[in-house]
Design a protein around this ligand. Sequence first.
Ligand code: CA
Length: 425
Amino acid sequence: MKQGPTAGQYLTSAIIAACLLSGTAWAGQADKSAGVPLSAENPTSTQFQSCVANLKTRALKSGVSEKVADDVLGQVSYLDRVIELDRRQPEFTTTFADYLNRRVNEDRIEKGRALLEKHRELLNRVTAETGVPAAYLLAFWGLETNFGTYFGKMSVPSSLATLACDPRRADYFSGELMSALQIIDEGAITPDQMEGSWAGAMGHVQFMPSVFLRYAVDADGDGKRDLWHSIPDAMMSAGNFLNHLGWDGDYRWGREVLLPKQFDYSEAGLKRAKPLTDWRKEGITDAFGNALPDADVKAALIVPAGHEGPAFLVYHNFHVIMGWNRSEYYAIAVGHLADRIAGGGGLQQPPPEDALHLSRQDIEALQNALNDQGYDAGTPDGILGPATRSAIRDYQRSRKLIADGYPDEILFESLKITLSEPDKG
Ligand code: CA
């Protein structure tokens, strides 16, 4: 979510971004732990050790060798920093322009193009076996670790043990820890080399251990699935995962489009997919004004920065990308970076860089105001989720504003809400 590769960035893309952008809670149900979740913020070492002892029992039951369970769980330590990162909440929302510009920039595009040449043979092989084109593989690689330049520096066993012994998502992370132990057990990596993000995402393409177990493959034939040191293994594994998520090699991810004037924005939204021919009939063209292809495919329209920003028609593969990381912003960034690496140009209508950075308070104030006026934004939680967007859209329509569901200055003025801090684009 944040600029630059920090140890918190990666899984995290998979989860936190999704959470903030879509308002969905991830793995947020009450967790029942196999270990004994600790209730205190800073557990005593006795509490942690007893939790780890329970995790060891579970590991042995799930078939991890006694040696690995002993060695690895005997060495794990409780990492305060991991809990700190897990509790962290950004003060302001990230605008689409900030998000995209940080991830898809000239530097990364050039590097991607150079790597496309360098690894052409390998990438062609991955495409032949998995159906995923090279440019997308590079886009994931670029977004996840800036092409392998930053994997995260946390000890994965310790990070996962810490999170498995924390009550918030103990169940999920206990499972990931078990997977991590199995990965060590199969000899893919030594425990001290198993580094990753604070939440356990690992290697070139930042697989969580459970994803690694299911989808990682040995592509260089050395007998090990090594996503830290082997680019062939990493690329083939990424392709394999995407293939299992349902990648459709016949189509692209989507494309930037041009909307006709007076367009009804209430047609936008991932859930409102319809045949491409219907969008054509409504006057939507590609970003340059050319007719859209006459393909028998369903597409949904998304306008991530509101009516002043770019519009995209997205296809099935967009949902596949969101299977990797449940964030619309992430999926657009992957698609756009892939296009750029494949030789395409920039967006015809880049997102406005002076968009509002909203605080949670601003969003809560907005939700309260909408609810007060009879537009159901759900329980105010400071998160711009689907219910809030839909309430914004209804309100905008009633005031004859452009009903794009996007919280811009006009909306806040109309609702007489003073923003908590002047915006700094
Ligand atoms: Ca290998």
